[in-house]
Design a protein around this ligand. Sequence first.
Ligand code: G1P
Length: 276
Amino acid sequence: MKAIRKCLFPAAGFGTRFLPVTKAMPKEMLPIVTKPLIQYGVEEAMQAGISGMAVVTGRGKRAIEDHFDVSYELDQQIAGSEKEDLLSDTREIMSRCTFSYIRQGEIRGLGHAILTGEPLIGDELFAVILADDYCVAEGDSVLAQMVHLYEEYQCSIIAIEEVPQEESFRYGIIEGETQDESVYRISNLVEKPAPTDAPSNLAIVGRYILTPDIFDIIRNTAPGRNGEVQITDALQSQAAQGKVIGYRFEGRRFDCGSVSGFIDATNYTYNKQNPQ
Ligand code: G1P
């Protein structure tokens, strides 16, 4: 059984929907209460047994690297005070995980971002987390649930959820055959179709487990929606061979790529941490 050792975090996007805050700060560093979005993604990957974090960055993203590194001045400043506890999660992450980074020089779509990460992943099975899809679950993390499913199906797995049909233009939409209540064998995927063209109301959420043949497939995938190389289009080749499973996960997703989703996620998390 192949284990999943690495998780890729595409993080080169500009976060223009959050301007001006994202002018000098990576959108992945926006805080949900006191932790940046990308840290939740890293913790989710850790809960799935993954310790190799591979981040595709770009210009203006150095705060991400600094966040997962020691800060000697800060450590010294708070040593022995009750504030030390506030750094225990990041310290734990640093002791258990390795971080590697590569820069994406130009923004040419999610497929291109994933291909940019190939030197960090190599020829092995890997996961992808889009940090702005913030996922919460009561039990196993969403990615951990997908890892269990991989053990059964041994092919690419993508997270899906039902969305209102009129919002299909914001997502990759799948078509597939039900294997059981929450599992679909995908036959077709369309990136951001108009509601009238959407093959279903099942949308792709930013969690993927991908077999490494995807890199060659992406290399041969022509630009699609918005003139960008789409992972959704690349997955179509694997789906044609019955090798993509869609999984309706247990838990809840917040679209932190939008201001309202971000506010909902913040309120939800704050209320969870501070029950009335
Ligand atoms: C990307 C994918 C899309 C998916 C979405 C999930 O789009 O291309 O298929 O549904 O993530 O968040 P983006 O939101 O980056 O435009």
